[in-house]
Design a protein around this ligand. Structure first.
Ligand code: TYD
Length: 400
């Protein structure tokens, strides 16, 4: 275990070292651009600028380059980004550097001592070298990493599903590069795996450990931080959802020493409820034999429980699988992912149905017509966030 973690840490350190070397390479490109621009201009007989003076501009340029790189994040995901982003970020980088240098040099009195032509020539050259160097680096790294041979997965899950989610690594062609827990605590047993709860650390794992898949296990897609979605899009990392449709949960129950004092049960956000809690509602004063529901949700994840009485929940995934789950008592919960047709049947008068929901009430998010539901299930889903949810279960998930 310790050995694997050491290898992992050295991989991550290697990634960070690689990042630094690309940073240094950029600065070398800047110095080369300066030398070429200065000598070309001086040799063209137009320039009579002193090399001694010019060195101070070079120092300014390097300082500005470092500031702009850090402030703009010009090197973000440099090892994995697309050519388009490379051009956009490099253009922004050069644009900001030129502006900053202009402000410092040409709006101050010292500006006249330096050649604007050399500065502009330098930046034009630097722009070309920057894009060229990054592209060559990426090309070389891709070849050495052989990323296509194995699915390198960053898992996003909750404490509750961690053990189960880790089971996917039993498949030999899957290597888990890290786990992004919604809220990590110290209880996990995976000392050989990097478990993080910080978005930037997750991005580092995605980029520098050559992760090629981001897998959500038992977590609503809306829980993915936007920063991670754009990082995945940027690095062409596939987002997959292990879609287990529903799950029966054992809820905690604390019995008072005096049995007449009853029991206490609770649910905690993030630990027990793997989606953002936006709404809680409960249905009471219902008579036995009553049927409710007859709808499915497009986005809403729910956790249902019946603290008092007995209620059957009939589920239908629209793809031929149906099931009935009986809720009774305070220690049984039912986690429902979106896209399930449900019907609730009250078996005892006065049974209470409590629902924790991931969405505010929105009538448009419901599908209340069964035929439309069947139609909906046939078409691939595209989430509101603008990225495709790839339904690619990679574990033998519990299905209906
Ligand atoms: P409905 O979803 O039809 O209940 P069920 O499916 O359990 O039979 O909801 C009944 C009414 O309550 C309907 O007019 C919508 C309204 N409603 C809200 O305004 N907010 C809510 O959070 C919920 C669940 C329902």
């Amino acid at each position: 275990m310790r050995k694997r973690l050491a290898i992992f840490n050295s991989q991550l350190k290697y990634g960070k070292l690689l990042f630094l070397s690309i940073f240094v390479l950029d600065l070398c490109c800047l110095i080369i651009s300066n030398v070429v621009a200065f000598t070309t201009y001086q040799n063209s007989n137009k320039g009579n600028y002193s090399l001694g003076d010019y060195w101070s501009v070079v120092v300014f340029m390097i300082a500005i380059d470092v500031i702009v790189t850090v402030a703009l994040g010009s090197l973000n995901e440099v090892a994995r980004r697309s050519y388009r982003t490379e051009v956009i970020l490099s253009t922004k980088h050069i644009g900001n550097s030129v502006t900053l240098l202009s402000v410092i040099l040409f709006l101050t009195k010292s500006g006249s001592r330096y050649s604007r032509v050399i500065v502009l020539l330098t930046y034009m050259l630097y722009y070309v070298l920057l894009i060229g160097a990054h592209t060559i680096c990426r090309w070389l790294l891709e070849r050495t990493k052989e990323t296509k041979q194995c699915r390198r997965v960053l898992l996003m899950t909750t404490d509750g599903f961690l053990d189960e989610a880790m089971g996917i690594a039993e498949n030999k062609s899957i290597e888990i590069t890290g786990v992004f827990l919604l809220k990590s605590n110290d209880k996990y047993n995976y000392s050989d795996i990097h478990v993080v709860d910080d978005v930037d650390e997750a991005k580092t794992i995605l980029c520098w450990l050559w992760t090629n898949e981001f897998v959500l296990y038992g977590v609503d897609t809306q829980m993915i931080p936007m920063k991670l979605i754009s990082a995945c899009n940027e690095m062409s990392i596939k987002i997959s959802v292990v879609d287990f449709e529903y799950r029966v949960l054992n809820l905690k129950r604390i019995t008072a020493p005096d049995s007449k004092a009853g029991t206490l049960s609770f649910l905690e956000g993030k630990h027990d409820v793997p989606f953002p809690i936006r709404r809680v509602y409960w249905i009471t004063e219902t008579e036995a034999g009553i049927h409710r529901g007859f709808h499915a949700h497009k986005l809403n994840c729910q956790l249902l429980y019946c603290p008092y009485g007995k209620i059957d929940i009939k589920l239908d995934n629209g793809l031929g699988k149906k099931d009935v789950i009986r809720l009774e008592g305070p220690d049984k919960g039912l986690l429902l992912m979106p896209g399930l047709w449900r019907e609730m049947i009250w078996l005892e008068t006065g049974s209470v149905l409590c629902v924790i929901a991931s969405e505010y009430y929105d009538a448009d998010e419901y599908i209340r017509d069964y035929d439309k539901f069947l139609e909906y299930k046939k078409t691939p889903q595209l989430s509101d966030a603008g990225y495709e949810i790839l339904s690619a279960p990679i574990a033998a998930s519990k299905q209906l």
